[in-house]
Design a binder for this molecule. Structure first.
Ligand code: NDP
Length: 445
């Protein structure tokens, strides 16, 4: 593989798509050796085919706000690769959404879904719509308009979207309602559904729970567990919430959460009623970070800062891409962090990852750590197909087992001669091999 040539060609074809190019480079660097050892991949053009999405749908989303004003947003669905199963991946509603971000997320999703051991291909979608500050009725009208276009492309055996940033149970509900009306079918076309209409128990918590199960496996390799560990978490959305709950349950102490304007440091720990309070704020569409520091006076709000300057044993970045840079990584390392597990997608910059690896800090990438979300979506699809509901214990047990399996695959393909586990390499190689071999079997498509 001539990595630099592939990257130069891609940069020419897709100028300015920084996040997408960053994600592709990371994967190609990790799989270079195994790719070169298997010449059949090269002769089947696997790299050239896997880095381009199968197709991208772009559409306009017109909607009317509460003042009667007409607004127009952009909607997208990137169907990246369906070698091992129907396209599967979330929808993100955030003003920063553009094609580069959705292509990076869709590309990562291919390997993440492969790691789960479930039959799911990779895709991603969303819109530059900003749900913040919108009324319920505005969110509903937007979701309905979005689905008016998207429904033509998706289906329970074709492409099964889920939530992501800005898309939770409420948005999935509005979109599912519209799909059902248009398709005249009650099928498992979206995951993250409400529990009364086809959803799975544990799905809301699954990404955060899975991330902590994965970090627990990492700690185990050093004979450690979460008991008494100080944990820094960023964000306080769906992923961070599930992670905070599970860390508390396993005896760890969560000392930070964050938002785009700064972070909260609470030395007493963020648990129990404090988490409930945060959930209330989140449900009311309000800023959550500042009000927390008024309500719990021992907590300090650090305006414009990131939580990575706090002394902690475990760091769980759970907010957004590129939120942990080289300087943040250096601070974490000098404060003695032992384990960094990415709950979000690509929250650490390449320079930050290098810093962790140079210092032999255990570091695992989002595509392995946060795969519990899509894995539980896969379990929701299985339940929908069987028209059965599994109990909380059953779903949680399967999720836990899947996270253990993913950890094992990372160790298998990522352990270096000195015993250090390169989880980035392990996850990329394990995820890639399954998809590449499926593509070989299915011919040039
Ligand atoms: P949410 O929208 O529920 O939460 C995102 C959180 O991050 C919010 O608290 C938000 O604050 C905060 N945030 C956003 N931008 C920044 C920033 N620049 N700095 C600090 N905090 C910020 O999203 P999710 O929890 O669903 O997703 C978080 C990450 O996890 C994303 O990378 C997503 O792709 C990934 N992921 C999510 C899965 C899921 O099942 N939901 C599955 C796998 C991965 P505020 O609300 O104030 O803007």
């Amino acid at each position: 593989m001539n990595l630099e040539k592939i990257m130069t060609d891609l940069e020419k074809k897709h100028p300015g798509e920084a996040e997408y190019l960053q994600a592709v480079r990371e994967v190609l660097e990790s799989i270079e050796t195994i790719y070169n050892e298997n010449p059949q991949f090269e002769s089947a053009g696997i790299i050239e085919r896997i880095v381009e999405p199968d197709r991208i749908l772009t559409f306009k989303v017109p909607w009317v706000d509460d003042n009667g004003k007409v607004n127009v947003n952009l909607g997208y669905r990137v169907q990246f690769n369906n070698a091992i199963g129907p396209y599967k991946g979330g929808l993100r509603f955030h003003p920063s959404v553009n094609l580069s971000i959705l292509k990076f997320l869709g590309f990562e999703q291919i390997f993440k879904n492969s790691l789960t051991t479930l039959p799911m291909g990779g895709g991603k979608g969303g819109s530059d719509f900003d749900p913040k500050g919108k009324s319920n009725a505005e969110i509903m009208r937007f979701c309905q308009s979005f689905m008016l276009e998207l429904w033509k492309l998706i289906g329970p055996e074709t492409d099964v979207p889920a939530g992501d940033i800005g898309v939770g149970g409420r948005e999935i509900g509005f979109m599912y309602g519209m799909y059902k009306k248009l398709a005249r079918e009650h099928t498992g076309v979206l995951t993250g559904k409400g529990i009364n209409w086809g959803g799975s128990l544990i799905r809301p918590e699954a990404t955060g729970f899975g991330a902590v199960y994965f970090a627990q496996e990492m700690l185990k390799t050093k004979g450690q567990d979460f008991k008494g560990k100080v944990v820094a978490i960023s964000g306080f959305g769906n992923v961070a919430w599930g992670a905070a709950l599970k860390v508390n349950e396993l005896g760890g102490k969560v000392v930070t959460i964050s938002g785009p304007d700064g972070y909260i440091y609470d030395p007493d720990g963020i648990s129990g009623e404090k988490i409930n309070y945060l959930l209330e704020l989140r449900a009311s569409n309000q800023d959550i970070v500042k009000p927390y520091s008024y309500e719990f006076p021992n907590a300090q709000f650090h305006q414009g800062k990131r939580p990575w300057e706090v002394k902690c044993d475990v760091a769980l970045p759970c907010a957004t891409q590129n939120e942990l840079g080289k300087e943040d990584a250096e601070k974490l390392v000098s404060n003695g962090v032992m384990c960094v597990a990415e709950g979000a997608n690509m929250p650490s910059t390449p320079e930050a990852i290098e810093t962790f690896q140079e210092h032999k800090v255990m570091f695992a990438p989002g595509k392995a750590v946060n795969a519990g979300g899509v894995a539980t979506s896969g379990l929701e699809m299985s339940q929908n197909s069987m028209k059965l509901n599994w109990s909380t214990e059953e779903v949680d047990m399967r999720l836990h087992q899947i996270m253990k399996n993913i950890h094992e695959q990372c160790v298998k393909y990522g352990t270096q001669a000195d015993g250090y586990v390169n989880y980035v390499k392990g996850a990329n190689v394990a995820g890639f091999l399954k998809v590449a071999n499926a593509m070989l079997d299915q011919g040039i498509l």
